[in-house]
Structure formats: structure tokens, C-alpha cells
Design a protein around this ligand. Structure first.
Ligand code: XMP
Length: 321
């Protein structure tokens, strides 16, 4: 498949879709392919491209790794059912939490999620299914940042000299690797996905594990998941590119019911950006921040501090981990 960049302004969605559908068909032949859907715009677009090319010879799985947002597995499976695509939800919470146990280093966390996903959980599925091809929604920004050593994106292999055939036993097809997010959104819309999908904000592959500083435990995920739900509710109308809640490792002194409470800290980030390469904190109205902070401090058990990040990318990055 081609790898040179196509910028969103020069992209012809119908032509692109036609070209990729025919490339996928000829690569897979009459064999089977498999893909994992997370519900994000990239994997949703790949799922639709794959189903156009292969019909039910593409097996689509939602891997419930335990670190997704509230109700995500059920919501995504229902949405795709409406679009005529069967999604198999696989409960894999235990292997992911086991792999994350005791790890505090950000890149080691990414690696733990990657290895568990590709080798342990998905690798097994691929072997059982007899599929020789894995369809994946890697985009150009993932490749750039991984090669530059900024962050090891969970879905980048060949560009790092890792042969997935040797490492995992299957070939990877990446139909979106010439595009950035704005291009993928155009493709997703042209593929008939709903606005809630094609305009959906980005969410990282390592999911909420990227939003917990320090060790990831089921309990911390529960905390950051609840803070995320509130943040997404309160900032839904902000028009921002991406917003998130992050659970810090350090505790700070707070007070509750007149007593000292050495509690948890949540950091809110809300970004204006076009393609995630650079970003600026959104100028949220004070009232919005005030309401959000109050809701998190009242509704999320143990939280005594809520802060708002004011630093641009660079030198910040969008995610904290
Ligand atoms: P950063 O934090 O590098 O994020 O400024 C840029 C964009 O990429 C998303 N992101 C990730 N996506 N796997 C992903 O699939 C990852 O490991 C990862 N890390 C960051 C992030 O949400 C932002 O939109």
C-alpha cells in the first residue's frame, strides 16, 4: 500500500475509498481478515472499508480491555449493528490489568498494552480465526511521533523495523496510513458513519491507562473513568478538539466534613488543535471550569483537587502519559 501523505484539502473521499477497497480485496484474496474496533474514527473507518471490501470475511472484534470509557463496549457494538456490521465483544479485562500491574513508566505501560493486545489477546484470536491479515487504523501522525521518539504509539511496527509476520504471525494492512485525522474524518463521513463517529474526538489506544499517572489499577481506572464521564458531559459543547481528565499520582491535603483529607488530584486538559501536532489550551469560560471542578470534587470519591492545564503543545503533549 502507498505511504505518501495525502493532505485533507486534496483528498477525494470517493476515489480514496474505491482505491482502498480494491487494494484490500486484492491483498486478502479469498482469505479471511480480522480487525479490532475501538469505536474511534480511525478504527471505525477501517471497519467500514474492510466490510465494503470483504463483507463477512472480515471478522470485527471489540476487545474489552477494562480501560475504556463508561459503557463503550456496548454502545459501539450497538452502533455497528445498526450499520449492518456484526461486532464480537471479547472480555479481556484480566490479562490487561495483569500486564499493567506494577508498571509506572509511561512507555512501559504503552508496551504492556501493545504486547497484551497483539500477542496475548488478539494474536490468539487471529490464530483461532485462521485470518492471515489484520486491518488496522494507523494514521500518519502515529507513525511520525513514534519514529521521532515522542511516544511509542501502540499500533506502529513496520516503520520501526518490526516485522509483524515474524513477531506476531500475521500481516498488517493499514489503509489510512497516508492520512491525518482531518482526512480520516472526511473518509468516515463518506463511508456513511454518523456524525457522532466522524466528528468524535481522538482517544488514545492505551485508553484510560494513558490518563493515569503511575501504576494502573482497576480502582484508579474507576476513578478516572468517572471523572472522564463528567468532563465529557460538561465540555461536550465547548467545540474543542479533545478534552480529558487525568488522575495524578501525588496526593494533596484537602478537607471534607471539617476533617483533613489527603486526597486525589484530577487534572483537566482541553485542547484546540487541527491535527494534534500542535495544540493550545481552550479558553474555557470560568463558569464552565467552576462547574466542572465542583462536579468532579463532589461526585468522584476521594478527589480534593481539580486543576486545568494551561501549557501549549509543544512543550506539552496532548496526553499526560
Ligand atoms: P500526544 O499526547 O502525543 O497525542 O500529543 C497526540 C494525539 O494522539 C493521541 N495519542 C495516542 N493515540 N495511542 C494512540 O492511539 C497512543 O499511545 C497515543 N498517545 C497519544 C492523543 O490522544 C492525541 O489525540
Amino acid at each position: 500500500m502507498k505511504t505518501e501523505e495525502i493532505i485533507a484539502q486534496e483528498l477525494n473521499p470517493q476515489e480514496f475509498i474505491k482505491e482502498k477497497v480494491s487494494e484490500i480485496s486484492s491483498m486478502v484474496g479469498d482469505g479471511l481478515a480480522i480487525n479490532a474496533l475501538s469505536g474511534g474514527v480511525d478504527s471505525s473507518a477501517v471497519t467500514m472499508l474492510g466490510h465494503k471490501a470483504l463483507g463477512n470475511r472480515l471478522k470485527t472484534y471489540f476487545i474489552d480491555n477494562g480501560i475504556m470509557r463508561k459503557d463503550e463496549p456496548r454502545q459501539i457494538a450497538e452502533l455497528f449493528k445498526k450499520l449492518g456490521v456484526h461486532v464480537e465483544v471479547l472480555d479481556a479485562q484480566k490479562p490487561f490489568f495483569d500486564a499493567l500491574k506494577g508498571i509506572t513508566d509511561p512507555e512501559e505501560k504503552r508496551e504492556a498494552v501493545t504486547q497484551t493486545f497483539y500477542k496475548n489477546v488478539f494474536g490468539k484470536l487471529v490464530k483461532e480465526s485462521g485470518a492471515k491479515y489484520l486491518l488496522q487504523g494507523t494514521i500518519l501522525t502515529d507513525v511520525d511521533e513514534t519514529i521521532a521518539g515522542v511516544k511509542r504509539q501502540h499500533n506502529v511496527f513496520e516503520q520501526l523495523g518490526i516485522d509483524p509476520q515474524k513477531a506476531f504471525g500475521y500481516k498488517i494492512i493499514e489503509p489510512l496510513v497516508q492520512l491525518r485525522k482531518d482526512g480520516v474524518r472526511k473518509i468516515a463521513e463518506a463511508l456513511g458513519l454518523p456524525k457522532s463517529t466522524y466528528s468524535r474526538m481522538p482517544f488514545p489506544g492505551p485508553a484510560l491507562a494513558a490518563r493515569v499517572i503511575g501504576e494502573v489499577t482497576p480502582e484508579k481506572i474507576k476513578t478516572v473513568r468517572l471523572a472522564t464521564t463528567i468532563t465529557e458531559e460538561e465540555l461536550a459543547s465547548s467545540g474543542a478538539f479533545q478534552y480529558m481528565a487525568i488522575l495524578h499520582q501525588d496526593r494533596v491535603t484537602g478537607m471534607r466534613n471539617g476533617k483533613r483529607d489527603f486526597g486525589l488530584q484530577i487534572e483537566i486538559r482541553c485542547w484546540d488543535s487541527i491535527d494534534a501536532r500542535t495544540a493550545t489550551p481552550t479558553k474555557l469560560p470560568y463558569e464552565v471550569l467552576d462547574k466542572l471542578a465542583n462536579r468532579i470534587a463532589t461526585e468522584v470519591p476521594g478527589v480534593v483537587s481539580v486543576t486545568y492545564n494551561m501549557t501549549r503543545k509543544p512543550p506539552s503533549t496532548i496526553e499526560a502519559v
